[in-house]
Design a binder for this molecule. Structure first.
Ligand code: AKG
Length: 286
């Protein structure tokens, strides 16, 4: 049976996003939750970002105000490198099949992270599109945001502007600075049009790389953990360094490698990488 119905595929093409329930099995979901809970426990002993990811940056990042009694682990970089459950959810799950149904048959992996907003977290993500962070020769890229916890209107859900993937790509540069966010006037308009992507734990929000999105702080007493995996069509070639270098980048997830390159014309300002700084540090993306 196809992973998505034609109605769901039409919805995605029209709106640039789609929420699908049961995107991982209950067993895998339980493992994802257990692994994350174990990382939160570990973080109690830490006072600043720690661990080591593929490019030497810390694997685990803490929000300011983190303490042993009140842990505030806000980011795990490339969890698929250190957890079988996250790797399996990325490589071979109903979520993977949904991505295949949208940009398949040949798809490859780009990068992953966990964005966590524990109760009381002030973390907000400013309005932006993902494509300028991960420009490719074509825009068949999907950001899959898997809800490891139930996501409600109160715990800082992803917010999107439906249909905005068909519009322009906005600059993330303002006053000669790369801010990682669109201009404030457009952001206010996005907020007025915002649609919240909520769902029970195990749901995924599949998002087109050009879709305008952001998210607000967690105002509830429930955690909001998202596992975010970025995939592209196999014929989309990266045009800039990976924001989260990892050992699985470019791995074929479904279909096969053809080594063909498909290009579409577009015009965006690529972030500059200052000497000595990593691309990701420069981005300031939540
Ligand atoms: O964590 C969130 O709420 C949003 C994440 C996001 O916008 C992104 O990773 O591009």
């Amino acid at each position: 049976m196809p992973a998505l119905t034609s109605t769901q595929i039409d919805f995605f093409n029209e709106n640039g996003y789609l929420v699908v329930e049961n995107a991982v099995s209950q067993d895998v979901l339980a493992e994802l939750r257990d692994d994350f809970a174990a990382w939160v426990e570990e973080s109690r002993a830490q006072t600043s970002a720690y661990g080591e990811a593929f490019d030497g940056r810390p694997r685990f990042d803490l929000e300011s105000g983190h303490t042993a009694d009140s842990p505030a682990l806000r980011r795990v970089n490339a969890p698929v490198e250190v957890s079988d459950a996250y790797y399996s959810a990325m490589m071979n799950s109903p979520m993977t099949s949904c991505v295949e149904a949208l940009i398949g048959p040949n798809i490859k992996f780009h990068h992953s992270k966990i964005n966590s907003k524990l109760p009381g977290s002030k973390t907000a993500v400013k309005w932006h599109q993902d494509f300028p962070f991960t420009p490719h020769s074509n825009d068949d890229l999907i950001t899959a945001l898997l809800m490891v916890d139930e996501v409600t209107e109160q715990n800082g859900p992803l917010e999107v502007v439906a249909g905005s993937h068909k519009g322009e790509i906005y600059s993330l540069w303002h006053d000669s600075q790369f801010t990682g966010a669109i201009d404030s006037e457009t952001a206010e308009e996005c907020q007025r049009q915002s649609v919240m992507c909520t769902g029970p734990a195990g749901s995924v929000c599949l998002m087109h790389t050009r879709l305008l999105h952001g998210s607000a702080p967690n105002l509830s007493d429930k955690p909001r953990t998202l596992f975010i995996a970025v995939y592209s069509a196999e014929d989309a070639m990266p045009q800039s360094p990976n924001p989260m270098p990892n050992r699985f980048e470019g791995q074929i997830v479904r279909g096969q490698r053809t080594n063909r390159i498909r290009s579409i014309p577009y015009d965006i300002e690529l972030p500059q990488i200052p000497d000595g700084a990593s691309f990701f540090e420069q981005q300031g993306k939540g």
